[in-house]
Design a protein around this ligand. Structure first.
Ligand code: MOS
Length: 749
């Protein structure tokens, strides 16, 4: 009689079949009749002016309809301002919109757009656009920009202050028995989702439909509306399938607006798709960064002071740095803290969110330094962390909404076999491999949306249900958990619930960013499905013809699509019977979840513990990760299968960060030197070790109705430090720069 718990079940993804069979249609594959293709031409220089553009050769190519440059492209209605998409507003990735004048700020900045009847002709013609520049010297790297650095007031789209302080760091360092200072360097990174960014724009009179690959259809709608100066209600954005993102599609870059402008210009639907190379200059990146961490500790390992300085390049027009200092400030109890960002103006686009933006880099810095401290003091690394455990949020003194970190250490140590470890560096061998193990903590904040989150639930008389939200699923599984959450609230099987999502015509939800997608969408869906259940139960108890007539609604339970008295389960009726008796084809309800105010009075974060075992070949400089174990406390788990996939993906991402991923700047030209998947190294299956990801469910009554804390990013945090610490254990050598390359290992061994 009872429907088992739908929440938590390892349900297969609702979009799996379409993706595996190739029937899923992505934004660039939408081809309304008459669709033509736009291709962008990026600036070849990193700084200067366009002095001339010769479009005649390109225009002469068969099938070319237009070549648009700053001379032809209409002016935008408003200058964009960088706003993070969590706000539920427009979400411009940078405040520069291309082709508004002749100024070039970074290589790859679009300077022309070619429109032709086929993609091939457009690409060919794009190569024939002759651009002449007045070139100026460019600054793109920390080496070049160090002396120009300044302290910004705010970073990260304005949501993080440029400086954080508490206590008295100088006093804390004086009290310390051990003071350590370390400098770290992290390479720039790019996201590289399989699907490159793309938009197809279709005008019907004054109404625009955009098939856009985005984490936030509403953010696209609002951003494009602002730039074009048209009402948001005249724009529909459809993002049915999105092939990965990792933050590259969180902000709304210029291409959907450019597609819409091109479509207006040639009076035909236009698809604009970035090439793989253009993804390196078209959708943001994680900036190159240098960190200086100073820590003071007593002999027992308790921290007395932390000072963290981060230096990184930002664009010429925005002040963006990923907030690497936040995890350093929040992870451990430390009374004296100072964190300062420094940025300098560089000839790159504005950097952006990239999976665990800030936490991924900050945790590497802190957790490497703590491992060094553990060795210096002869304390076990887990024990050192327990001695500094933050029982309350170190930034505010507030209690945590939930934590579970101690349990993660304990379970992780058990799974990984941490207790068997001989801490002496270079004490273990396997043939020619030096073998070592390391660990680190993980933290990722719980962001809640700043606007109400809506969903609609509908039950049909045939006993099936549909749940609708505007949110897109960019590969996380959020579409699947919508069905599960609705099924749970309605008392149905997940398989009886269809989901519609990724469309601004559906009830509004915020962009899925900051690991907040599952929390936001599940809350909206839970609210809507609960409202519908209450509506149907209310109708039944008020209906003289219902077996439930006169019952107290609070005493009515639902399971398998049937409402019944909890105390007398044989008394009841199905949703279908109720609807049919009333000649109702369906019934629906809109749910609106109001997120908690930004200051809940609680510290809110997801925690975890990471463990790595590596082998290092001292002759070849190879580092092979042999095992990764992660244990996380993400609140409530909505789907064990998709959740585990997210965590595993995050952990492998961390392995890429540790050992492979780097975008190299050619400093004279100011251009990325390896803007391709051939030369930007990513882990592949052959690099992947056994990955063990486990979840400990902790109850959280603060973050949202179901206590969902988010898992998209925390899996990455701490992995690079765990690996670097394992490399130290294996070799006796510390690595403070990422990635840890073959060359850097050979230089030290
Ligand atoms: Mo996530 S890197 O905030 O899209």
């Amino acid at each position: 009689m009872s429907t088992g718990s739908q929440i938590g079940r390892a349900v297969d993804r609702v979009d799996a079949h379409a993706k595996v069979t190739g029937t899923a249609r992505y934004s660039a594959e939408r081809r309304p009749p008459g669709t033509v293709h736009a291709v962008l031409v990026g600036a070849q220089v990193a700084n200067g002016r366009v002095t001339d553009i010769d479009t005649s050769e390109a225009m002469a190519v068969d099938g070319v309809l237009a070549v648009l440059t700053h001379r032809e492209l209409p002016r935008i209605a408003t200058r964009p301002a960088v706003v993070p998409s969590l706000a539920g507003t427009s979400a411009h990735g940078q405040s520069l919109f291309p082709m508004q004048d002749d100024r070039v700020y970074y290589a790859g900045q679009p300077v022309a757009m070619v429109v032709a009847d086929t993609l091939e002709r457009a690409e060919h013609a794009a190569e024939l656009v002759g651009v002449t520049y007045a070139v100026e010297a460019a600054i793109t790297t920390i080496e070049q920009g160090r002396d120009e650095a300044f302290e910004p007031e705010r970073i990260f789209g304005g949501i993080v202050p440029g400086r954080t302080e508490r206590g008295d760091v100088a006093a804390g360092l004086r009290e310390a028995d051990v003071v350590m200072e370390r400098v770290f360097h992290l390479a720039a990174n790019h996201h590289n989702p399989i699907e490159t960014s793309a938009a197809t724009a279709v005008w019907e009179d004054s109404r625009l439909t955009l098939y856009d690959t985005t984490q936030g259809p509403t953010a696209t709608r609002l951003s494009v509306a602002e730039l074009l100066g048209i009402p948001p209600s005249d724009i529909r954005v459809v993002s049915e399938f999105v092939g990965g993102s990792f933050g590259s599609k969180a902000m709304i870059w210029s291409h959907p607006t450019l597609a819409a402008m091109a479509a207006q210009y040639v009076r035909a639907p236009v698809t604009l798709s970035l090439s793989r190379e253009q993804m390196f200059t078209g959708s943001g990146h994680r900036e190159e960064q240098e960190h200086t961490l100073t820590l003071g500790a007593r002999e027992d390992g308790t921290l007395t002071a932390l000072r963290h300085r981060k230096l990184s390049p930002t664009s010429c027009f925005d002040e963006w740095a990923e907030p690497s200092i936040s995890p350093v400030s929040q992870l451990y109890a430390c009374p004296n803290f100072e964190g300062v960002y420094n940025v300098f103006r560089a000839n790159t686009m504005t950097p952006t969110f990239m999976r665990a933006p800030g936490e991924g880099s900050g945790a590497f810095v802190l957790e490497t330094a703590l491992d060094e401290l553990a060795y210096e003091l002869g304390v076990d690394p887990i024990e050192l962390r327990l001695r500094n455990h933050a029982d309350t949020d170190p930034e505010t003194g507030d209690p945590w909404s939930s934590k579970g970190l101690r349990e993660c250490y304990e379970r992780g140590a058990e799974l990984f076999g941490w207790g068997l470890r001989d801490p002496i560096p270079r004490s273990r061998r396997d043939g020619n491999w030096l073998v070592g193990t390391g660990m680190a903590s993980a933290i990722y904040p719980v962001y809640t949306p700043m606007s109400p989150q809506r969903a609609r639930a509908r039950v049909y008389a045939d006993g099936r249900a549909v749940i609708e939200t505007g949110a897109s699923d960019f590969g996380t599984g959020v579409g699947t958990i919508m069905a599960q959450v609705a099924a749970q609230a309605l008392g149905m099987e997940t398989e009886a619930v269809a989901v519609h999502y990724g469309d601004t015509e559906l009830p509004n939800t915020v962009a899925a960013v900051g690991s907040a997608g599952a929390g936001a969408v599940s809350s909206a869906v839970h609210t809507a499905a609960t409202a519908l259940r209450e509506r149907l139960v209310g109708q039944a108890v008020a209906d003289p013809e219902s077996p439930l007539r006169g019952a107290d609604p609070a005493g009515v339970a639902v399971a398998e699509g049937r409402m019944f008295l909890r105390e007398a389960p044989e008394t009841g009726e199905t949703y279908s019977d109720l609807l049919r008796r009333h000649m109702m084809f369906d019934a629906d309800a809109l749910g609106e979840w109001e997120p908690p105010a930004q200051d809940t009075g609680y510290g809110m974060a997801t925690f975890g513990a990471q463990f790595a075992e590596v082998g290092v070949d001292p002759d070849l400089g190879l580092v092979r990760v042999r095992r990764l174990t992660g244990v996380f406390a993400p609140g409530r788990v909505l789907n064990r299968k998709t959740a585990r996939s997210q965590l595993m993906g995050g952990m492998l991402w961390g392995m890429g960060q540790a050992l492979l991923e780097a975008t190299h700047m050619e400093p004279q030209q100011g251009r990325w030197a390896n803007a391709s998947l051939a030369e930007y190294l990513l882990p592949v299956n052959a690099d992947a070790p056994d990955v063990e990801a486990e979840m400990i469910e902790v109850e959280d009554r603060v973050v949202n109705p179901l206590g969902v804390k988010g898992i998209g990013e925390v899996g990455q945090v701490g992995v690079a430090a765990a690996i670097a610490n394992a490399v130290f254990h294996a070799t006796g050598q510390r690595f403070h720069d990422l990635p840890i390359t073959v060359e850097s290992v050979l230089a030290k061994l």
